[in-house]
Design a binder for this molecule. Structure first.
Ligand code: GLU
Length: 282
């Protein structure tokens, strides 16, 4: 019996979608269509400080305008926090978490006072290790104002796997995962009870996602996702990290750069057909 492929597009409602999102959504839909698979939309609103209902509404409108169809109901991460807390509890039982009250400012200060302090693939300084030895109380209750973050004991987590981890990259083959480059990553923080990394692996597993098709900006994060999948005993999807879309100046489109949104293009008179043509889907 062959498994029906399951694809998903998983935007975060913290800004308007741009051409890069349109490319990802269209590619997921195309791959699902070609393989007789399912196509899901997931709203990644786990960052409770940044997610906004108007952006979520805009996601539905922009995708409908593009002619994209997804299965209902849509999974919204903010409604499933218990699922992520369960995964965190499991890691805590394995003694792989520690609580940390270092502020970003203190960590930045630590890194700048140490020559060539290593950085993670997102360019943030690796964790200093200051709280690692503390054996303080870890609360996994959902408290929006909890005083500390939870970090993964990376070295111990990697040691626990006892084998080289890989992921299967579409059209390429096995890629060696290297989660250690992320250091003791934050898996829960004060305002956000579960990080993107925990939520994404739990959701992909619960939704039976077989094929993760997403932008190349998340390529390095896949090492971490494979580690969490192994620790939590979750199935391994296949991955396809597609190229990113750049503007005329050669700058990568991103919400934080306030790249021109799909709705702005629409207001300027661009049709959905023109968007698809520009992205090579027509
Ligand atoms: N929510 C993430 C974003 O908007 C994408 C996550 C994923 O595809 O794994 O960048």
């Amino acid at each position: 019996m062959s498994l029906q492929p399951v694809f998903r597009f998983a935007p975060s409602p913290n800004g308007y979608l741009h051409l890069g999102h349109a490319y990802s959504a269209l590619l997921n839909q195309k791959r699902a269509h070609e393989s007789d698979g399912r196509f899901l939309l997931r709203i990644e609103d786990i960052d409770l400080d940044r997610a906004r209902p108007e952006y979520e509404q805009a996601i539905y409108e922009d995708l409908e305008w593009l002619g994209i169809h997804w299965e209902k109901p849509v999974r919204r991460q903010s409604e499933h926090i218990e699922d992520y807390l369960k995964a965190l509890s499991k890691l805590r039982e394995m003694d792989l978490l520690f609580s940390c009250d270092c502020t970003r400012a203190v960590l930045a200060q630590f890194a700048s006072s140490h020559n060539n302090w290593p950085r993670d693939p997102d360019e943030s300084p690796l964790y200093s290790g200051a709280c690692r030895a503390k054996n303080n109380y870890i609360s996994l209750r959902l408290e929006h104002n909890q005083k500390f973050a939870l970090r993964l004991r990376m070295e111990e987590a990697v040691a626990r796997i006892e084998k080289q981890l890989f992921w299967r990259e579409y059209n390429i083959g096995n890629i060696a995962a290297n989660p250690g480059v992320w250091g003791d990553i934050v898996l829960s923080r004060k305002s956000t009870p579960a990080s993107y990394h925990i939520a994404v692996v739990v959701d992909d597993a619960l939704q039976g996602v077989t094929d993760v098709v997403r932008g190349h900006d998340l390529y390095e994060a896949t090492s971490l996702h494979r580690l969490l999948q192994c620790l939590l005993d979750l199935p391994e999807p296949k991955y396809h990290h597609h190229g990113l879309i750049y503007d005329e100046m050669g700058v990568k489109l991103s919400k934080s750069q306030k790249s021109i949104s799909l709705r702005a293009l629409r207001e300027e008179g661009m049709s959905a057909r023109e968007v698809k043509q520009r992205l090579g889907f027509w």
